[in-house]
Design a protein around this ligand. Sequence first.
Ligand code: SAM
Length: 339
Amino acid sequence: MPPAPSREREATAATHRPVLVDEAVELLAPERGGLFVDCTVGLGGHAAALLARGPSARLLGIDRDPSALALAAERLAPFGERVRLVRARFSELGEHVAAGEVDGGICADLGVSSLQLDSAERGFSLQREGPLDMRMGGAEGAAGATGGAEGAVTGGGEESAFDLVNFYPEDELRRIFSEYGEERQARRIAQTIGAARRERPVETTRELRELVYRSKGGRRKEGRIDSATRVFQALRIAVNRELVELERLLGEATRLMAREGRLVVISYHSLEDRLVKHRLRSLATPSRDPVTGRPRDEERVMELLTRRSVRPTEVEVLVNPRARSARLRAAVRLPWNAQ
Ligand SMILES: C[S@@+](CC[C@H](N)C(=O)[O-])C[C@H]1O[C@@H](n2cnc3c(N)ncnc32)[C@H](O)[C@@H]1O
C-alpha cells in the first residue's frame, strides 16, 4: 500500500502551482492523443492539465521521489487507466518505453518540487533547519512499488549532502561550488568547511548556511538572494547528478519519440537551460553540403517550436515566485529520421 500522504503534504499539493502550465500543454498538444511521458510528474500538475486537455492521451508519469508519486497517484486517479506511474530516474526512460513508442511527447519540469522544498527534513531549503540530505529519491533503500507506482530506484546508498560536505576533499567541494553554483568564493567556502569539519561534522542546513556566511565576512545577502543560495544549489545538483540525468534524457528522447512527438523542457538555472538550448539546436541544425553549401535537411532530427526560451509572465511570477527563473524550450520530432 502506498504511504498515506500527510496533512502537510496534502496542503502542499493543494496549493501547488505548476509553472508555465498553459504554455507547456499548448506546445505538447495532447488533443492529438497518443502516449505522453511526464518525466518529472511531481505533484501531477502538468500531467493533470495535459490529460484534461487530451481526452485520448495516455500518460506515463515518472519521478524518483516516492512521496511525490503518492500524491500524483491521488491527483491523477480520476484519469483511471490512462495513467501509469513509475518510480525511476528519467535517465532510465529507455527501460520503460520502446524506441519510437512515445508518439505524443515528453515533458520534463526540472529541479525540485514545492513538496521537497517545503519539507524541512529533506534538507533542500536554506530557510528551514533540517539535516543535510537533499536526495530527491529520499533516504530509504531501493524501493519497490510506491504510491500506486511500479518500478524501483536506488534511494539508500546514494550519497547525501552530508556525505559530500563532510567527506569530499576540499578541492572537490570547491569544484562543485564553482561549477554548479557559479560561486565566486568557492575556494574560501570549501576551506571554511574543511576547517569546521575537522572539529566536528557539519550536520544541518543552518550550520552549512552559517559557514557560508562566515566565508563571506558575515554577508547574508547578495543583491536580492541569500548569499548561501549558490552553495545549496550546487550541492543539490551534485547529490542528484542533475546535469548527467538531463544529458542522458536529451540523448535518449529522440530515439524514444515517434514522428511528430514533442519535447518540452522547463529549466530553472542557466546550466540546465544551456544544455537544453545547445542540444535542441544541434538536433535542429543540419550540416551543409560541402559542394553546394545547401543545408542537408534530411539530417535534421527535430524542428524547434520555440526560437527563444519562453518565460513566465509577470503575473505568473507574482502569483508563484518559484516560477521566476523558469525557461521553457520545445521541439518536435521530424518525420524523416523517426524510427
Ligand atoms: C519541479 S518538480 C515537477 C512538478 C510537476 N511538474 C508538477 O506539476 O507537479 C520536479 C520533480 O522532478 C523530480 N525529478 C527531478 N529529477 C529527476 C530525475 N532525474 N528523475 C526522475 N524524477 C526527477 C523531482 O523528484 C520532483 O518531484
